[in-house]
Design a protein around this ligand. Structure first.
Ligand code: TPP
Length: 676
């Protein structure tokens, strides 16, 4: 690295000349490749925006001028150039830098990002605010990829951009890729826009002529850019889409030609009114394997920076990923039922809908980053008798809330919503944690809401959604690997709204939903060794909730723990409390375990589960504290059958759950094995 170690803010960048800036670009690439090879993150997108980032910070007066990055996964150079180089090794780690832009982290990060297609609206708001505040010198720039440009919100922003006075600049970073191949009419349009050979021939010819005759001056360049657009419309016989929104269009220009990029940006910088600059870039630029396979290198994990080999750790007998169980099962079911179709909003690889796409390309649909559309599109197909499996990451489903209510639930349409990445997702952090779905889905009438305990359940639930139900059906499951090595059961219809008892116990009842119940099962085993007897129930369904099970539990237990991998507010715990309150069962203590009422930061899933006390040890601690509470309450409560008159620990023979493990601590407090 030649210059990068001396660049601590964009001010340092401004001292360099163009040739030196080119070296900074090379430095940035070297730094990003080196860092990400041992601390994984979003890779290819940031390599594609190196020149753009240097050009923007070189020309604009950041942070006074506002740069709004869409998604924020392509903003690593921005972070590195704005005083975060030395902390970049903490990227995406617990207490470290965020993998996206976040104003809480730096004044250069103007807006929170993580979900796609927000930049135009947010930047427009800032540009309009600048006008109203008479901050006439302030420039506002939105940087959005062609993938993010497929999201409906982007068009709402575009449509609004010319409605009020502002000088917004939108930079469309077109690398012809989303995570997977970009899709849809816009993608075709952008390709045509760039490759119309007739137009390019005429443009080059005219440009050379003007240049040879010294007819182009600096002042003329603005006019040339505008002239280009008119000429393009004329030759391609298509009106420019963005000009159709009354936004001035410039481009396409090579986004890796730093001097050219700086020149164009400088030319259009002070033009008034909303404008869009279309740049062409290569995802993964500067690292050959990533240039070749941008999907794999979107977020490749660890890799060898010399050979380009990805260091994928495969453990022996490791269960499959839940997303793959979904993918395989969907194909299996689609083989036997031609009504089944698959829908994904831009995440075919991420959710393994790609399996269905390979097998039944005509019955599977990647609709772009368009969650709301994905839901209503599925509803339309369901209305005509197809059975759509609409797979959307839990946190992205938040985008489609009204569509679930208005278009699906109200009409009781048979759409199967598979919510991948439900629960804490790890390093992507608060924008991506799928912790709200149980709560936001539960209040919608007509929905069946379920969460598998393991892979067999996932398959059974998918099967039941098709053959055992006639309306919308939600199945949520987490990121990562399952529990079983033999996942391939023969799927069967399971009774809707029925839970089951996983293990017996006397002291406390623990009701869990979803795969987090496996942590509970392990904690319950440990508790048993300590002499605490916990009965474990897996609810499987949040809605309809198993009322019979809840009544039976209430007959046997006064101390109940609810456990869910989602917000405490509104989910299973709330449902149980509401049910008992509604039935006058108010002497029951319900202790809720789940996500607290706050945004959980980023970090490894393991660390975050620990932070939220949802790992095995945290659950055990909770069991112990409820048990101690029970013990304190006991002297006043004659009805508490679980207590032996001579002490805490006693032989229980009714269910074989415990066999009298005496406490080693004479204080009466139960000790937790710290090795857990
Ligand atoms: C609402 C929403 N849906 C899905 C995603 C997942 N996602 C993250 S980046 C990305 C692709 C973005 O493509 P593009 O904007 O072209 O940027 P590139 O990675 O190609 O640079 C997707 C689908 C998201 N972040 N937000």
């Amino acid at each position: 690295m030649k210059y990068l170690q001396n660049i601590n803010s964009p001010e340092d960048l401004k001292k360099l000349d163009i040739e030196q800036l080119k070296v900074v670009c090379a430095d940035l690439r070297e730094f990003i490749i080196e860092q990400l090879s041992h601390n994984p993150g979003h890779f290819a997108s940031s390599l594609g925006t190196v020149e753009l980032t240097v050009a923007l910070h070189y020309l604009y007066n950041t942070p006074y001028d506002r740069l709004v990055w869409d998604v924020g996964h392509q903003a690593y150079s921005h972070k590195i150039l704005t005083g975060r180089r030395d902390r970049f090794y903490t990227n995406r780690k617990l207490n470290g830098l965020s993998g996206f832009t976040n104003p809480a982290e730096s004044e250069y990060d103007t807006f929170i990002a993580g979900h796609a297609s927000t930049s135009i609206s947010a930047a427009l708001g800032m540009a309009v605010a600048a006008t109203l505040h008479h901050e006439d010198n302030r420039h506002v720039v939105a940087i959005i990829g062609d993938g993010s440009m497929t999201g409906g919100l982007a068009y709402e922003g575009l449509n609004n951009a010319c409605s009020q006075p502002n000088n917004l600049l939108i930079i469309l970073n077109d690398n012809n890729m989303s995570i997977d191949n970009n899709v849809g009419g816009l993608q075709d349009y952008l390709v045509k826009l760039t490759t119309s050979s007739k137009y390019n021939k005429v443009r080059n010819h005219l440009y050379q002529k003007f240049k040879n005759n010294n007819l182009i001056t600096e002042q003329d360049k603005n006019q040339m850019l505008r002239f280009n657009n008119s000429m393009k419309s004329l030759i391609t016989k298509e009106q420019n889409l963005f000009e159709g929104f009354n936004i001035r269009y410039f481009g396409p220009v090579d986004g890796h030609d730093l001097p050219g990029l700086i020149r164009v940006l400088r030319n259009i910088k002070d033009m008034t009114g909303p404008k869009l600059l279309h740049i062409k870039t290569v995802k993964g630029k500067g690292f050959k394997p990533a240039e070749k396979s941008a999907t794999i290198w979107h977020a490749p994990g660890l890799f060898n920076k010399e050979t380009g080999e990805r260091l994928v750790q495969i453990k022996e007998n490791q269960p499959q990923l839940y997303q793959d169980i979904f993918g395989h099962t969907l194909v299996e079911m689609a083989e036997k039922n031609e009504k089944i179709v698959g829908v994904t909003p831009a995440m075919p690889t991420g959710c393994s809908m790609s399996f269905m796409m390979n097998r039944f390309p005509e019955r599977s649909f990647d609709v772009g980053i368009a969650e709301a559309h994905a839901v209503t599109f599925s509803a339309g197909m369901a209305k005509e008798g197809l059975i759509p499996f609409c797979n959307i990451y839990s946190s992205f489903m938040q985008r489609a809330y009204d569509q679930i209510i208005h278009d699906v639930a109200l009409q009781k349409l048979k759409v199967v919503f598979c919510l991948d990445r439900a629960g804490l997702v790890g390093e992507d952090g608060p924008t991506h944690h799928g912790v709200f779905d149980l709560a936001y889905m539960r209040l919608i009438p007509n929905l069946v809401i379920s969460a598998p305990y393991n892979e067999h359940d996932l398959r059974n639930l998918m099967y039941t959604a098709v053959y055992g139900n006639d309306g919308p059906f939600v199945i949520r499951y987490p990121r990562g690997h399952g529990e079983l090595t033999d996942w391939h059961n023969e799927p069967e219809i399971i009774p809707i709204g029925k839970g089951r008892q996983l293990s017996k116990g006397n002291d406390i009842a623990l009701l869990s939903i979803g795969t987090i119940g496996n942590n509970a099962a392990r904690a319950i085993k440990k508790a048993k060794e300590m002499g605490i007897s916990v009965a474990h129930y897996d609810m499987l369904f949040l809605k309809p909730i198993d009322e019979e099970l809840l009544l039976n539990v209430a007959k046997e237990f006064r101390y109940i723990i609810t456990l869910e991998h989602g917000t405490k507010i509104g989910g299973l715990g709330s449902a149980v409390l509401e049910f008992y309150a509604a039935n006058g069962l108010t002497d029951i203590q319900v202790h809720q375990m789940g996500i607290d009422d706050r945004f959980v930061p980023h970090g490894a899933v393991k660390e975050l589960l620990k932070l939220q006390q949802l790992d095995e040890n945290g659950i055990l601690q909770h069991i112990v504290s409820v048990y101690e509470k029970m013990k304190q309450d006991a002297p006043h409560d004659k009805s508490l059958k679980a207590f032996h008159p001579f002490g805490l620990f006693h032989n229980r023979t009714t269910d074989g759950a415990t066999d009298g493990v005496p406490p080693s601590d004479t204080s009466g407090r139960v000790k937790i094995n710290s090795e857990l």
